[in-house]
Each structure stands twice: as C-alpha cells, then as structure tokens.
Design a binder for this molecule. Structure first.
Ligand SMILES: [Zn+2]
Ligand SMILES: [Zn+2]
Length: 140
C-alpha cells in the first residue's frame, strides 16, 4: 500500500477520517494526529471560516459600541447646554460614555486581533498543504 499523496512512498498509517493510506512524512506533517494532510486542510478551512465569523462579530460589536457612545456623547452635550445645574450631569454622562466605549473597544479589538492572527496562520498552513498536495513531493 502506498501513500495517496506520495504515490511511490510506502504507506505507514491510515487516516482516521477518510481512511486513505499515508506515508511517514504525511503523518508527521499532521502532527501525528492520525489524520492525513487533506483532512487536516479541511479542518483548518473549517476553523478559518469560524474565525471569519468571530472576526465579523467583533467588528459589529465595536460599531455598536461606537454608535451607543456617540448617542451618549450627544445626550451629555445637550445636558451641558441646559445650564449650570446640568453641566455636571452632562460631564458625568460624557465621562461614563467614554469609559464604557474604551473598555468595550480595547476588549473587542484584542479579540479581533487574535482572530485575524489565527486567520493569517491558518491561511499559511492551508497554502503549505495545497502546495504539497499539488506537487506530490515529500517536502511538507
Ligand atoms: Zn484523511
Ligand atoms: Zn505522503
């Protein structure tokens, strides 16, 4: 039995997912997880799609926070124009609005960055597997 990617190499294992035979190199490439590079690629692609969804959610969260912050700021400014007594209320509203927005923004942008980093990493890995699969060489 030969590796389904490296057709002149003796197979060393069978993929747990698709049942195809694979060589030592292919097995090692998948971190000896027991799945072949093709199935590994599929897993990476699924994970990447999931990360695209997470990324979108974080961007949406930032936009919503910005819109709410803007409304709060407008309310604060309107308060301040109502005279001395409302000046303090206006300042408090402004302060709270800015703090809340900053906290949400920092939290969401950190998550956003982690999803983007993961997408970049997964894309590189997928390209690597693609190259190896198309060449059919042992250099993966
Ligand atoms: Zn497989
Ligand atoms: Zn192989």
């Amino acid at each position: 039995m030969y590796c389904f990617i490296h057709t002149d190499t003796e197979a060393a294992a069978v993929c747990k997912k698709c049942g195809k035979a694979m060589c030592h190199n292919c097995s090692a490439y998948s971190g000896n997880t027991g799945i072949c590079p093709a199935c590994r690629k599929e897993e990476f692609e699924n994970e990447r799609s999931q990360n695209y969804i997470y990324k979108k959610q974080e961007i949406k969260g930032i936009v919503v926070a910005a819109v709410i912050a803007l409304i709060v700021l407008i309310i604060g400014i309107v308060f301040m124009t109502w005279g001395d007594y409302f000046l303090y209320a206006g300042l408090i509203v402004l302060g709270v609005g800015i703090i809340v927005f900053t906290v949400i923004f920092v939290k969401k942008s950190r998550l956003l960055k982690s999803y983007i980093d993961r997408i970049v990493y997964l894309t590189q890995e997928i390209e690597k597997i693609d190259k190896a699969l198309s060449l059919g060489v042992a250099q993966i």
